[in-house]
Design a protein around this ligand. Structure first.
Ligand code: M6R
Length: 361
């Protein structure tokens, strides 16, 4: 049942304020400015012993894991990174007893992720799951974890589950941070930010018509470039994947800082750039990148906290805490992919060559 929407993708994009509300529900503890995660199976002593975190996932879940790693590093100050689960499996990784491994999966059935979890467990590692489908293979195999509570996701491309997974990582990062060195005031600040998300998501979704107009202006492009810096880079990666999956427009994502090391050669009027430009301490650096692109007559769509004068179009999103801004900046880009694909007449819920869960090698 699509509940009045023409596609599951649109339905699921529209459900995100409620979905985020669900992942937060019952978990916030104002007394200690922290969150409780019932199924984690990691006590405070064990949490303090973690030296490193390695996050594994595929596709969109890998991108959510990249943002998750950033959240864990900034809030819990534990070195963290994310890697595609399949790459990890095949490179005979060093499995370290002080590393906490986290497997991320919407379906909980992705074979490459499951196989990585099984291999890690065989070698004695501790593995948590950040999973949407309750009771799925990865959820059962993991030692504990955080359920994402996005609700059923039917569309082949993941949208609401991506958002909720990132929020689940914010909760985990806050939880680990408050056991370690995150201050009460920073804990409060993040909790306030989390509570604002559902309303801010609704605000973004109310501007859908503007995104639709912009999407129609870019729908003829052969190829698109997505750039972001630090926290914005995984947002660029995910937005580029979403566009490819349903519109079949070729898209690339680069860290904005890498432009001058090669991809700048591609910039010309026929290659539009989508730039993630939050009002954070990297704003001036990001603006300089926009100038570089403009100097080569590249068209620019900025996703920002205020109008960007170098951009041809700006989608303005509400500001939250800098750590949580990537969650909000991803949402209009789901709509951008959606309306671009729609304008091109694509079968949005059934993109060619793809399956909802990849349960084979
Ligand atoms: O169910 P999972 O999260 O493990 O799936 C992982 C990927 O196959 C999935 O995210 C894929 O990239 C989607 N088509 C993204 O829209």
């Amino acid at each position: 049942d699509m509940g009045g929407h023409d596609t599951y993708m649109h339905k699921e994009i529209s459900e995100q304020a409620d979905a985020v509300d669900r992942v937060l529900r019952g978990r916030i503890d104002d007394r200690f400015s922290t969150v409780h995660l019932g199924g984690l199976n990691l006590d405070a002593r064990e949490a303090r012993g973690v030296r490193r975190i390695k996050i594994l996932g595929c596709g969109t879940s890998y991108h959510a894991g990249l943002i998750g790693a950033g959240l864990i590093e900034s809030l819990a100050r534990i070195p963290a990174d994310a890697e595609p689960a399949s790459e990890f499996r095949y490179r005979n990784p060093v499995v370290d007893p002080d590393t906490l491994y986290i497997a991320v999966s919407q379906s909980g059935e992705t074979y490459d992720v499951l196989a990585a979890v099984q291999e890690l467990k065989r070698k004695g590692a501790r593995v948590l799951g950040v999973v949407n489908v309750v009771g799925s293979a990865i959820a059962r195999e993991a030692d504990g974890g955080v359920y994402v509570h996005a609700g059923p996701e039917v569309c082949v491309v993941s949208t609401k589950c991506f958002t909720n997974t990132v929020v689940a990582f914010a909760l985990l990062a806050l939880h680990l941070g408050r056991i370690r060195d995150l201050s009460v005031s920073d804990g409060k600040r993040i909790i306030e930010g989390l509570r604002k998300l559902p309303e801010q998501i609704s605000e973004i979704l109310r501007d859908e018509d503007k995104v639709k107009e912009i999407a129609e202006a870019y729908a003829g492009a052969q190829s698109m470039m997505f750039i972001g810096r630090v926290r914005g880079y995984p947002v660029a990666l995910e937005a580029s994947l979403k566009l490819k999956e349903i519109s079949y427009i070729h898209a690339e994502a680069y860290p904005a800082s890498e432009l001058k090391h090669g991809p700048l050669a591609l910039i010309e009027p026929a290659l539009p750039t989508v730039a993630i430009v939050p009002d954070d301490d990297l704003l001036e650096k990001n603006r300089a990148a926009l100038e570089e692109i403009k100097a080569r007559s590249g068209r620019i769509l900025a996703v920002a906290h205020r109008e960007q004068e170098k951009a041809d179009h700006t989608i303005v999103v509400p500001k939250n805490e800098p750590e949580l801004d990537p969650i909000l900046m991803g949402i209009p880009l789901q709509l951008l992919a959606y309306h671009t694909a729609l304008a091109m007449g694509r079968d949005i819920d059934k993109p060619r060559n793809l399956a909802k869960s990849v349960t084979v090698e």
